[in-house]
Design a binder for this molecule. Structure first.
Ligand code: SF4
Ligand code: SF4
Length: 473
């Protein structure tokens, strides 16, 4: 058993209000530079929709991630030899129009316009060419289902469903999906790089690009199935989310998590067994990758795990924070959070609690609990295609637990009585319910973000220098 530490994040989609606040500080700090205008390390997509870049989930187009061939795991787009032979031709890259052509406005015209009988107009101008342009797509073009009739059929999560059915007012559904780099346990971006410029930090699993080694081949861009590596056209280098490591090392949450208005984000560390990664990623059936992924994560309260972690040199403060990790509880203990597209086999470490659509009916017994979940507005099949490679069981379990929790707390708070029937049916105790409620509803910052600090003096060096983004890199 080779114990490693990994930062992970959980996002509660039930509470995301689609305000995009998370994207703004990230943009201001990390991608507010020439060559990075089109990059959003954190973006928020409306679902259903084809997202940013367009159709990123369609691996028939982009061939990102890994595929299982016989007993071997291979990069979907081919290994290093294949890349070496075709190094000057990568047909799997998204182009700028798949993201969007970034634009600005000709503000000078407003300020310097001579006196006229009407208000001066303002034109959009390409940030790439400086020429006037008509805006036809953006990173958030589909916000709140805008254009769903045009693009929605391209959403791969409708697999097994009739898309047209969900265009009716009575059946239409929507939720928001905030996205960032998954800091995967088996990152396809790292394996795709011909220069060895991408690496996964040994101490905490953050995936980074070595700016000195990057030669701009862009195989990481196509290799990442989540399309979370970007090419800076000005600097000729790949750039990606760094999980705000200068902040995290100082014990602070990432900017996207800290700024989240809906308080939907949780951060913590997980202990995992690196020796189990290959086996999990090679699990024959796509649907079995998620359970195999869970098996990699170790119980931080298990004395044997703690002894082994100490013997392998993991710092006591890291083990202590792993014990109080909200992400471990949400992912493994209560099975409420699920991975995004586990079938890509990168073993992603940003997890999502599926959204529980509005419920007006009471949840009283086992039969009614499963009926409630079946009658939710968002089809379980859609969520399963998004989060569990089409396996509806884990999604159903998470939703039943959330529905039972809602009923239990409502009975306790509104009717002042204890009714554990729903909890019993969902396999939760009332102590569990109170802990989950505390975490999902009013949790203070210290319970949502349980982050160990790096040893002094490294922890505060970067922040105290007032460094911003990749300036000077
Ligand atoms: S999500 Fe992040 S770590 Fe995973 S493959 Fe993409 S860029 Fe690499
Ligand atoms: S800030 Fe939070 S609530 Fe707002 S869009 Fe981002 S994740 Fe959702």
């Amino acid at each position: 058993m080779k114990i490693k530490v990994q930062y992970a994040m959980v996002l509660n989609l039930d509470k995301c209000i689609g305000c995009h606040t998370c994207s703004i500080p990230c943009k201001n700090v990390w991608t507010n530079r020439e060559g990075a205008e089109y990059m959003w390390f954190n973006n928020v997509e409306s679902k259903p929709g084809i997202g940013y870049p367009k159709k990123w989930e369609n691996q028939q187009i982009y061939r990102g991630g890994w595929t299982q061939k016989g007993k071997k795991l291979k990069l979907a787009a081919g290994g290093r030899i294949h890349k070496g032979i075709n190094i000057f031709h990568n047909p799997d890259l998204p182009v700028i129009d798949d993201y969007y052509e970034p634009w600005d406005y000709d503000y000078g015209h407003l300020i310097h316009s001579p006196e006229k009988s009407h208000q001066p107009g303002i034109r959009s101008r390409s940030s790439l060419t400086g020429e006037p342009m008509d805006v036809k797509w953006g990173p958030n073009w589909e916000d709140d289902l805008a254009g769903l009739t045009e693009t929605g059929a391209g959403d791969v999560n409708f697999k097994g469903l009739d898309f047209e059915t969900y265009l009716q007012f009575e059946t239409l559904f929507m939720f928001w999906l905030p996205r960032l780099c998954e800091h995967c346990l088996n990152p396809a971006c790292v394996a795709s790089c011909p220069s060895g410029a991408l690496y996964k930090r040994d101490e905490d699993g953050i995936v980074l690009v070595d700016q000195e080694r990057c030669r701009g081949w862009r195989y990481c861009v196509s290799g990442c199935p989540y399309k979370k590596v970007y090419f800076n056209w000005k600097r000729g280098r790949a750039e990606k989310c760094i999980l705000c490591y200068p902040r995290v090392e100082a014990g602070q949450p990432t900017l996207c998590a800290h700024s989240c208005v809906g308080r939907i984000r949780y951060m913590g560390v997980l202990l995992y067994d690196a020796d189990r990664i290959a086996k999990a990623a090679k699990t024959p059936r796509d649907k079995d990758v998620y359970p195999a992924h869970l098996e990699i994560l170790l119980d931080p309260n298990d004395p044997e795990t703690v002894r082994a972690a100490e013997a392998q040199g993991i710092a006591p403060n890291v083990i202590a924070t792993a014990r109080h990790s909200p992400v471990y509880a949400l992912i493994k203990q209560w099975r409420l959070a699920l991975p995004l597209h586990p079938e890509y086999r990168t073993l992603p470490m940003v997890w999502y609690i599926p959204p529980l659509s509005p419920i007006s009916r009471r949840v009283a017994d086992t039969a009614e609990l499963s009926q409630t979940v079946d009658n939710l507005r968002i089809p379980i099949t859609y969520l399963a295609n998004l989060l569990t490679a089409g396996d509806e069981g884990p999604v159903r379990l998470a939703l039943e637990r959330l529905a039972a929790l809602r009923h239990f707390m409502r009975m306790e708070r509104v009717e002042q009585r204890t009714d554990t029937q729903g909890l019993d049916a969902a396999g939760l105790s009332d102590q569990d319910a109170h802990k989950i409620y505390h975490l999902l509803a009013p949790a203070p910052l210290a319970d949502r973000f349980v982050i160990p600090t790096a040893p002094e003096p490294e922890a505060n060096t970067f922040l105290s220098q007032g460094n911003c983004g990749l300036e000077g890199a």
